[in-house]
Design a protein around this ligand. Structure first.
Ligand SMILES: Nc1ncnc2c1ncn2[C@@H]1O[C@H](COP(=O)(O)OP(=O)(O)OP(=O)(O)O)[C@@H](O)[C@H]1O
Length: 875
């Protein structure tokens, strides 16, 4: 019995399992079927929505709806997102639905998942379609037939569009083409287009072009005129704009009023006398020559005046010292009533057959104390790497041996020596340490009063006071145009690592802030605005929805020179109206207004500022030859921060694109190379009928006046109709020349360009005038390549001429840019000094004291401590 039960168990257990399995399977199948039916019902219910979504997508693909832009796709995807998410998890092919319905669902999934790819392919085809349809339109824009890239840039109609162009590639023509396309093809109303150009002159020209072409009065704005319109529109009480002249005059008045307060005056004096420069560390120089150039570029005269006889006449001149740190010590002694003599011969004779008499840096006659400033060593007695060795000694050994020699001399003769060091200056304790050291030797400090020092500065250091005045004006303009606040400025300074620089910046801000507050209060009280307010206020009104953007298109020319303030205005307009599109055109190689607040990164990193952007390139240049493209591209790309472009010429020309003309004068006011260029142009065009357009470009405005005022060479007549001056070259009166600064020449073209006085130095090209580093707090941090902005400016100058660019320079003072582009840099009278590498090797001939002739080469920087000597062979 027991066995039977066991056997039955063995027999029926698997059967039970099997039945259980069958039952479960059936139950699952029923469940699955129910679910499938449920899903089928659901799918059927949302089917109209799916079909509708597909229909809308189809519509977007339809050419009738124009360019399929990113926003439209995003909007569609956002809308369709919830249905897609539900369908994405379903296996549609197993549902009880008909195959055509499956395909509707699959279409939605594909459209959703591959929307971007479909959109791109569709737009490519659509643009080709537009090119065909608009061929007639594009075949005559400003009497030119647009090229393929120009046409594509126009029909590419993304939400954000950036056109990257080359010089002379027809940017302005493309902008005119875009406006024509929008109005004639897309039926956009002129009122729905906001066209912004960089200058008033450009906006007048563009307006005229569009009027002539289409008979339409389109408003063309500058950023400022547009900002002003918004303010007028919102406030109904149009404020007046503070004039440039009034602006500087008023800032000066505020400054003068603030100076009545002694504390404020003391801050100004401290800044001017102790912190005028943001000094470079000796380690920052590449070679001795660079250090010397730095010294030359900055003032190394103290405030003390001494008698000098020049050409038989005795005048009082500020005493020249050898380094900036020595100037600082000299001024400190002078302003504190401590009498000193600079580089007087030591009271005991030290000269021998090799060395001349020792001259300590300073001597205090009232106390019989000498001061030596050891300017080139750090705390560990190391010298800068560029400091040259001497004979068998390393530079460090030599410098330290010199120090020891001096110390020993003072010990030997029992004279009092006080030492100061360069590292004390870096640590910003030079002057307080000096005071302490001298007071130990009973030196009495009798500081001059603040008023006395201020009068003195205005007497002997007028240039310093006026440079400070300019610095404040520039700082204020940039501060306001960048829409910056004092809090963030202070925070920026707080983060600076070098104590001295931090202190300098805070001192400046303490002088600047009261001026800013007074100035803003003055504007408010008098219902005035300045140029920065026009942009900033307008932005604020848009952000507050007090002004609504009804434009469909914003078109901006010369976008490479946009500032953060202007960007904020555009961004506010775009955020205010999601249907508004942006079309920006520019050339990053021609960005030249950093000093006025423009930020090249707005162009080079456009997408990170505006969001998804379609890029177009226009690269055929209609202005100049391949030789000029090669030369100018190589020149601009020497700055590794410039993005490469492949420009190509429209026509072939064998003419040499540049010619360098030399003046024998070292200074840059010699008109001879200009006359030579005009004579050559005249000869080249003897047969030519019609006018030859010549522009003469100068880095600085003051040289233009210098030339224009040469009544023996030029006649200047004002043309009231064109509102410009006609300058005729008197020896060849059929030639007229337009004199412009390079900045003003942006966007212009001529048959010939004469680039004036490309010499080295502060007034040269590149200008070696360094901006105060304080301005870096407000200026774009993009592109820190040395002379980067000057290089772009030179590029602008090089690319204006259709035929030829004459570059004028001085034989003995060629600028580094001229050296760089001159294919056969042969005309150098004096080679560079092999030691400091910056000065020139100058030949001297003479008879020595033994009556023998000699030839000796020295460095033109000899008076700046470059002691290079080479003896030549006589006969
Ligand atoms: N498709 C074209 N065919 C022939 N000429 C053209 C074409 N497009 C532009 N041009 C001519 O090329 C010249 C340069 O054009 P434009 O002044 O618009 O260039 P740009 O890009 O603004 O130059 P830049 O940036 O150097 O100031 C003009 O004389 C213009 O008429």
């Amino acid at each position: 019995m027991k066995n039977t039960v066991i056997w039955l168990g063995i027999l029926f257990f698997p059967l039970g399992i099997y039945l259980l399995y069958k039952w479960k399977k059936k139950r699952d199948a029923v469940k699955e079927e129910n679910q499938r039916q449920e899903t089928t019902i659901y799918v059927n219910t949302i089917l109209p929505e799916v079909s509708n979504a597909n229909y809308r997508f189809e519509n977007l693909l339809n050419y009738e709806s124009g360019y399929f832009n990113n926003n439209k796709l995003k909007e569609w995807q956002l809308d369709v997102g919830p249905i897609y998410s539900k369908l994405a998890t379903q296996k549609v092919d197993v549902l009880h639905i008909e195959s055509d319905i499956v395909s509707v669902i699959d279409t939605l999934k594909t459209n959703y998942e591959q929307g971007e790819k479909i959109r791109t392919e569709r737009n490519e085809a659509f643009m080709q379609h537009e090119l065909k349809e608009c061929d007639h339109l594009f075949s005559n824009i400003d009497n030119a037939s647009l090229d393929e890239q120009q046409r594509l840039a126009i029909v590419r109609d993304e939400d954000n569009n950036l056109v990257i162009a080359g010089a002379g590639s027809g940017k302005t023509t493309t902008v005119a083409g875009k406006v024509t396309y929008l109005i004639e093809r897309l039926k956009v109303l002129p009122d729905e287009i906001l066209l912004i150009t960089f200058t008033k002159k450009a906006s007048d020209e563009m307006k005229e072009r569009i009027k002539q072409k289409m008979g339409i009065n389109l408003e063309v704005n500058t950023f400022h005129s547009f900002g002003r319109k918004i303010i007028g529109n919102v406030t109904k009480n149009m404020p007046s704009v503070i004039e440039d002249k009034e602006y500087s005059k008023y800032i000066r008045k505020i400054f003068g009023d603030l100076m009545v307060d002694t504390k404020y005056l003391n801050n100004v004096i401290k800044f001017l006398t102790e912190y005028k420069l943001e000094e470079k560390d000796n380690k920052e120089f590449e070679d001795h020559g660079e250090y010397i150039e730095y010294i030359k570029d900055n003032e190394i005269k103290s405030y003390k005046t001494i008698e000098k006889t020049i050409n038989g006449r005795t005048t009082l001149l500020r005493e020249v010292c050898k380094s900036l740190e020595e100037v600082k010590i000299a001024n400190y002694l002078f302003l504190n009533g401590v009498k000193y003599k600079y580089e007087e011969p030591y009271q005991h004779s030290t000269s021998d057959s090799i060395y001349a008499q020792y001259k300590p840096d300073f001597y205090l006659p009232d106390y019989d104390i000498y001061i030596e400033h050891f300017g080139l060593i750090d705390k560990e007695n190391n010298v800068p790497s560029w400091f040259a060795p001497s004979g068998t000694m390393t530079a460090k050994e030599k410098y330290n041996a010199d120090i020891e020699w001096k110390r020993n001399k003072h010990k030997e003769h029992e004279t009092c020596l006080v030492e100061t060091y360069s590292y004390e200056n870096r640590e910003d304790v030079l002057l307080e340490n000096l005071k302490e050291k001298l007071e130990k030797h009973k030196v009495i400090f009798k500081p001059r009063s603040a008023e006395e020092v201020w009068d003195l500065l205005n007497d002997v250091a007028k240039e310093d006071v006026s440079a400070f005045d300019t610095l404040i004006n520039t700082f204020l303009t940039l501060f306001k145009s960048g829409n910056i606040d004092i809090g963030s400025l202070n925070a920026q300074v707080e983060k600076m690592k070098v104590r001295r620089i931090r202190k300098r910046n805070f001192l400046f801000i303490s002088i600047f802030e009261p001026i800013l507050n007074e100035y803003n209060a003055y504007l408010r009280e008098n219902n005035l605005i300045d140029f920065s307010d026009m942009i900033n206020e307008a932005t604020r009104y848009i952000k507050n929805h007090q002004f609504n953007n009804t434009f469909k298109y914003i078109i901006i020319d010369e976008f490479q020179d946009t500032s953060i303030g202007r960007f904020s205005l555009i961004k506010a307009l775009l955020d205010n109206n999601k249907c508004c599109k942006l079309f920006a055109v520019g050339d990053d190689w021609q960005s030249i207004y950093r000093f006025a607040g423009s930020d090249i990164s707005l162009f080079t990193e456009f997408e990170s500022y505006f969001g998804k952007t379609a890029l177009s390139k226009i690269e055929t240049t209609y202005r100049f030859s391949k030789a000029m493209i090669d030369l100018s591209s190589e020149f601009i790309l020497a700055n590794p921060n410039q993005t490469p472009k492949s420009l190509r010429p429209f026509t072939v020309s064998a003419i040499e694109p540049i010619e360098i003309l030399y003046s024998n004068s070292h200074t840059n006011d010699d008109p001879l190379p200009l006359i030579e260029a005009l004579t050559k142009i005249n000869a080249e065009n003897a047969e030519r009928k019609g006018k030859v357009k010549i522009i003469a470009l100068s880095r600085y405005n003051h040289f233009i006046n210098l030339y224009k005022n040469r009544r023996d060479l030029f006649s200047v007549v004002y043309n009231p109709v064109e509102k410009n001056e006609v300058i005729t070259y008197l020896p060849m009166p059929h030639l007229s020349v337009e004199f412009l600064t390079v900045h003003r020449s942006k966007g212009l073209q001529a048959d010939y360009t004469i680039l004036l006085h490309c010499v080295s130095g502060k007034n040269g090209f590149p200008s070696e005038q360094a901006d105060d580093p304080l301005l870096n707090l407000l200026l774009s941090k993009a592109d820190q390549f040395p002379n980067g902005e000057e290089r772009r400016l030179f590029y602008v100058a090089l690319t204006r001429a259709k035929k030829k660019t004459f570059i004028t320079t001085s034989v003995s003072n060629k600028s580094k840019f001229v050296r760089e582009i001159d294919p056969n840099d042969t005309v150098i009278t004096n080679p560079r000094c092999p030691k400091c590498k910056r000065g020139e090797k100058v030949r001297n001939e003479g008879i020595n004291k033994y009556g023998r002739p000699y030839i000796r080469y020295t460095c033109s920087n000899w008076n700046f401590d470059c002691d290079y000597v080479e003896w030549g062979k006589v006969g």
